[in-house]
Design a protein around this ligand. Structure first.
Ligand code: FNR
Length: 182
């Protein structure tokens, strides 16, 4: 049976470079893995008052149910103000509750940060990692996936250039190795 891996993209915009990179990454998984995009853009902001029987927003329940089915999570995210975009942090918070029912627990993760700038989303990558420690997600350490100057990596069809394919494949390969250990 193939293993499902959720792909969460931190950007909500249509032409997102992060999503373009994610589209390339999903093509690089071996056939016994099934990467699938899980959308986070319609999740209402987390509010504990709503997380009570009968009040839970349907979008939260759908997201939690989808995430329960996956063996791991690949995060591909831009950096907003040296941190994680609010929409992604919100998804993390939604998935972490109700207390004791976190959908993140023990799921191997990989973090790929993407930026048109030279600092490569380092701040975003590491702020996200801080949450993943608390959420008990074994996270890929090497290779570190900071994709800077991303506009130089992608062609007009959103395909990564020949010279970047090898690095992206090495990220997926190392992540699959981590997934196979669990
Ligand atoms: C940005 N951007 C940005 N880039 C960066 O390298 N470090 C940063 O801290 C920020 N901060 C930031 C805040 C906000 C609110 C926006 C909208 C943008 C620029 C960002 O990297 C650029 O818009 C990317 O194209 C966003 O990623 P997607 O949407 O292309 O995936």
């Amino acid at each position: 049976m193939s293993k499902k891996v959720a792909v969460l993209v931190g950007s909500l915009r249509k032409g997102s470079f992060s999503r373009q990179i994610a589209n390339n990454l999903v093509e690089m998984f071996p056939s016994d893995y099934e990467p699938e995009f899980v959308e986070i853009g319609d999740l209402p902001l987390y509010n504990e008052d709503l997380d009570t029987p009968g009040n839970t927003p349907a979008a939260w329940t759908k997201f939690r149910d989808q995430m329960k089915e996956v063996s791991g999570v690949l995060f591909v995210t831009p950096e907003y103000n040296r941190s994680v975009p609010g929409g992604l942090k919100n998804a993390i918070d939604v998935g972490s509750r109700p207390y004791g029912e976190s959908i993140w627990d023990k799921k191997p993760a990989a973090v790929v940060s993407v930026s048109p700038g030279a600092i490569s989303g380092f701040g975003s990558n590491h702020h996200l990692r801080q949450s993943l420690v608390f959420l008990n997600m074994p996270t890929l350490q090497q290779p570190e996936a900071y994709l800077g100057n991303v506009t130089n990596m992608l062609d007009e069809n959103g395909k990564v250039s020949e010279k970047s394919v090898g690095f992206l494949q090495s990220i997926v390969d190392a992540y699959v190795e981590l997934l196979n250990r669990y």
